[in-house]
Design a protein around this ligand. Structure first.
Ligand code: C5P
Length: 284
């Protein structure tokens, strides 16, 4: 038996940092939204023990350094099921190190496939707990949709997804190190914080305008100047009619929220001429 699963990317509609914790992580409050940009994760058992990972991006790790293999190991270790040798193949579509949970989503897809293959009675909550051992964004990716995420990112409360809209997603050519950006944050010095209860209420009411008004990521406040393209992409999106634009996660990807299709398509055309990774997406 083998299994295939889509691993969906996420965007942060809001991201707030509340405090630094004793364990080195930060307590966060975020609104996360899955979108229809996805990797394809295939798993098949093999006769030899251990895991191999192959991807269409040769520079990604092929062993336990890959979050997909780590997720598979944790699945067997925590569930107590006898480990099975596995080949994991990932067709990457989500940009890497982009703030879109590409790796976490692959890990979550592995967990979902393994549950289907070996533990169909395991509740999704249990799968998300295993995910939390693999990475902070993995529990969200196990469930998907729209969620309020708190704690390290693993305390999740479901929200209604964004009302129908278009998301223009653009990643500059470089990447931003997540731990490095967290290290720049002094919580007391953050100038403003997103209105997350207001955003949750806007989602409950299907109020796209209300969500757009509250799109905000505190990481933008501490970005070093060398990442100025992030602000240039935001300006371009706003100039081309986006209702709002924000960076997702620890960046560097930026997205713009559009009510209508044709200005979103125009924004994709303009940005594609300047940046390597531009996508027209919809919320799931
Ligand atoms: O959990 P994950 O491996 O995805 O986190 C990557 C890094 O991001 C952590 O090592 C930590 O530096 C930072 N982080 C944090 N607080 C969080 C999530 C991540 O400081 N809530």
């Amino acid at each position: 038996m083998s299994g295939v699963e889509y691993a969906y990317a996420k965007l942060n509609l809001a991201l707030d940092i509340l405090r630094k914790r004793e364990d080195g992580y930060h307590d966060l409050r975020m609104v996360m939204q899955s979108i229809d940009l996805a990797d394809e994760v295939s798993i098949s058992p093999r006769s030899e023990p251990g895991m191999t990972v192959s991807t269409d991006l040769p520079y990604l790790p092929k062993d336990e350094g890959n979050i997909a293999a780590k997720a598979a190991s944790r699945f067997f270790a925590v569930s107590g099921l006898p480990p099975v040798g596995l080949s994991i193949d990932i067709k990457k579509r989500i940009p890497v190190c982009a703030g879109m949970a590409g790796g976490s989503s692959d890990g979550a897809a592995v967990l979902r496939v393994l549950r289907r293959m070996y533990a169909p009675d395991m509740p999704e909550e249990r799968l998300a707990e295993i995910g939390a051992l693999v990475g902070s964004d993995v529990p969200f990716c196990v469930h998907g949709g729209a969620m309020l995420a708190e704690g390290r990112g693993e305390c999740l409360s479901p929200l209604p997804s964004l009302p129908p809209c278009w998301l223009v997603v653009c990643k500059p050519a470089y990447s931003v190190s997540t731990p490095e950006l967290f290290s720049k944050v002094q919580v007391k010095k953050l100038r403003c914080h997103p209105d997350i209860p207001g955003m949750a209420a806007a989602l409950e009411q299907g109020d796209l305008e209300g969500v757009a008004r509250r799109l905000y990521n505190v990481f933008e406040d501490v970005l070093p100047r060398k990442y100025h393209q992030i602000f240039e992409i935001k300006s371009t999106l706003l100039g081309l009619g986006a209702m709002a634009a924000s960076m997702t996660g620890s960046g560097p990807t930026v997205f713009g929220l559009f009510r209508d299709h044709s200005p979103a398509v125009q924004a994709v055309e303009v940005l594609t001429a300047q940046y390597p990774s531009v996508y027209l997406c919809r919320p799931l």
